[in-house]
Structures are given as C-alpha cells and as structure tokens.
Design a protein around this ligand. Structure first.
Ligand SMILES: [Zn+2]
Length: 315
C-alpha cells in the first residue's frame, strides 16, 4: 500500500506517494492558482495522484489514504478546510470534493503540524519524546509533538507563537495587535525592515542585490549581505537572531522540550542562523536543565510537507 501526501501551498501543490516507512516513491506538482474555484484545485490534485499511480504502475486500490497539509485551519470531523486566508478558502468541503475522485480516507492537517510530524517520524526529531517545530516563513508558525503525537490544543489552535507579543506597542500585526513575534521573526519581517532602512543606508549591498529597487528586497538578500559583512545586513540579521532567541527561550522556559526544530524559508540560512541564535540563548534561558534543550535545523526540506501529510494516513 502507498500513502498519498499533498502539500497545499500558495503557489504550488506538491503531491507525493510515500511508503509506510516515509520514503518518497513518486512525485507530481501543479500550480495552485488560488484565484480559481477550489474544485479546480482539487481536480488538479486528483490528476497529480493519477500521474503518480501511472509512474509507479499501481492501481487505485493501492492507496491506503490521502493526507493533506493546509496553510490554515482544518476540521477533521467534517473534512472541511475551515479558514485558509492565503487561499481564500473558508468552510471548504475538501474531503467531499476529493471523494468525487478517490474513495479512500482523506485526512487534513495544518501545514506546520505536518512538517513537525515528518521530522518526528523520519527526520531530525525521530526518537525524541517532545519537540517543538518553529517555521520561519511568510509568518511564524509552530507545532508541538508530545510522546510521538501532535498536540493541537483543545480548540485545534495550539502553537500560535507567531502572535505572542514580543515587543509592547511594537510593529502593527495583521492580527490587529502590535509587537507580535511574527513582525520580528518571519522572513516577511526581515525583508520589510531592510526595505525600511535601505533609505538610510543607501550604500547597502542589499539594495544592489535588489537591482536598486527596495520593493524587490527579500529575506535571503538580507542574510546573504550579513554573511558578506554588509553593515545594514549584519545589523538586521543580528537583531533578527536576538528576537528569535527570545522567542525560543520563552518556549523553552515554558515547555522544556527535548528539541526545538527551526524550519521554513529563513532556516535555509543554515548554521549561520543557528550560530546567531544560539549565541543569545544563555542570556535568556533560566536553569541548566532547560538550557539542555537542543535547538536544531529541519532536515527534510522541501519534501517535509509531502512526507508528513502522507504519514497522517498511518494513524
Ligand atoms: Zn499578530
């Protein structure tokens, strides 16, 4: 039997067939084009699944389950995507629509949870009793694994660390409040700060990388400039690491997990990010035992979404 995993993103839908041990056997990809009616996006997913079955020369009844990671909130009792602002999907009958094409079980989960599940089953946190994954992307998300299971909270919204307040009266957030973690620790925040300060530091390498247009600045450019010793790059990246360390330290002080895993776009900065963050950790974490929490980088990269979604079917 194979397990289908679907990573539903804002720009692309990645589909994969995965073995029970978490090995990726075949893949397909479709553009999301989220402006379309959701039925068309799900039809493309079904087409991708059929393509993979063709690659592997397997009949449909070999699919044990279809799992999907959604960048928003889901309800597994109803099979609905309840709130996915990025795609404009509100109370969308995902399972019902997918059942028009395949009759196997269809399981939904939030995408940060899916990535954490993948790392815990076949990645860096395999064998740990507790871990928290923090994703540093467009926003900041997190997922909690306890005793090999996801802890999603009594209302399914646990781990919203992106909207914990880090700076009183700080930068305004999409959620309507001010000073949220997301406004300091996301890839978006890093790029936005660089855009803002590029006017004062007109000689910054970041602006050159963006072809002189501040609206083209990305988080990766800031990281690359910091590596090269660019004054603005170093300043912004150092601040970024400090804010992220404070957030991590709050999580450690509160939860004392065995491991904290950093994933998402900014984690691609690798050891450069890890070193920067770790240098601040002793300043904030109380007690030697809590300071024993390992802070590491995600290892599964782009396939984490497919693998984790597929492994939802093992339950
Ligand atoms: Zn917020």
């Amino acid at each position: 039997m194979i397990y289908i995993g679907i990573d539903l993103g804002g720009t692309a839908v990645k589909i994969g067939a995965v073995s029970a041990s978490g090995q990726v056997l075949g893949k397909a990809e479709k553009p999301t084009r989220a402006e379309r009616p959701y039925g068309e996006v799900i039809r493309d997913m079904a087409e991708g699944i059929r393509e993979i079955l063709g690659q592997l020369n397997l009949p449909e009844d070999q699919i044990a389950a279809i799992g999907v990671g959604v960048p928003g909130a889901v309800n597994n009792d109803t099979g609905y995507v309840t709130d996915c602002t990025n795609l404009g999907w509100m109370n969308t009958d995902f399972r019902g629509e997918m059942h028009r094409y395949f009759s196997c079980p269809v399981i939904l989960e939030n995408d940060a949870n899916v990535a954490a599940l993948a790392e815990a089953k076949v990645g860096i946190s395999k064998g740990t009793h507790s871990s928290i994954m923090i994703t540093l992307g467009t926003g900041v998300g997190s997922a909690i694994m306890m005793d090999g299971k996801l802890w999603t909270g009594s209302h399914g919204v646990a781990g919203e660390i992106g909207h914990m307040i880090l700076v009183p009266d700080g930068v305004a957030c999409n959620c309507g409040r001010m000073g949220c973690v997301e406004r300091y620790c996301s890839a978006t925040a890093l790029a936005e700060q660089a855009r803002h300060y590029s006017l004062t530091y007109a000689d910054t390498m970041i602006l050159q990388m963006a072809g002189g247009k501040k609206e083209n600045i990305t988080a990766k450019m800031v990281v690359d400039a910091a590596r090269e010793g660019d004054r603005l790059g170093v300043q912004l990246f150092t601040n970024y690491c400090r804010y992220l360390a404070m957030t991590i330290d709050n999580v450690i002080n509160f939860f004392d997990p065995e491991m904290i895993i950093l994933g998402g776009g900014v984690s691609k900065a690798g050891d450069f990010l890890l070193k920067g963050v770790l240098s601040y950790i002793p300043a904030y974490v109380m007690g030697a035992e809590r300071a024993g929490t390992r802070v590491v980088l995600a290892t599964l990269g782009n396939d984490a979404g497919i693998i984790g979604a597929a492994l939802l079917g093992l339950k």
